[in-house]
Design a protein. Structure first.
Length: 156
């Protein structure tokens, strides 16, 4: 079983773009998004992925995650079967000591939402917080991608 341990933050400004060492254009949808489990299809640049995520723990930092690379044409076909509201975003990768922030800038119905995630080795791992990092939103479900696909940022 693979566990994902991450914390999530809002972003105050665009300074992260200057520090970014890589960008990816991402399109993703959900074949199934329930309270406890999600099945996601994603195309990041030209690579397809199928991901299954389980329920989060009480703090929202840790959950089961299984991901497999799939053919991008298959991913495109699976996106047609997804629940309404495909998410479009650019992901910026920003090094932070030995860790990496993934900063997602959303488009479409989620335009204006920018969220940073950092994957950790343990729930209590200490890391430096860059000046562009804002309020922590770890465990707040409305910021989960599966939730913003159903209730987009424009409706908040």
């Amino acid at each position: 079983m693979s566990l994902e341990i991450e914390r999530k933050f809002l972003v105050k400004n665009d300074d992260f773009k200057k520090a970014s060492y890589q960008q990816k254009i991402i399109k993703q949808g959900y074949l199934c998004s329930h309270q406890n489990n999600t099945v996601r299809v994603r195309i990041a640049d030209e690579t397809g992925f199928l991901t299954i995520k389980g329920p989060s723990n009480e703090s929202g930092t840790t959950r089961f995650e299984w991901e497999k690379e799939i053919d991008s044409n298959e991913a495109e076909q699976l996106l047609l079967l997804c629940e309404p509201s495909i998410i479009d975003k650019t992901r910026y990768l920003v090094k932070n000591e030995h860790l990496v922030f993934e900063v997602d800038e959303f488009y479409g119905d989620n335009l204006g939402l920018v969220v940073a995630e950092i994957e950790l080795n343990t729930e209590d791992e200490v890391f430096e917080k860059p000046a562009w990092l804002g309020k922590e939103v770890t465990g707040i479900e409305k910021y989960y991608n599966s939730k913003i696909s159903k209730n987009p940022f424009k409706n908040w």
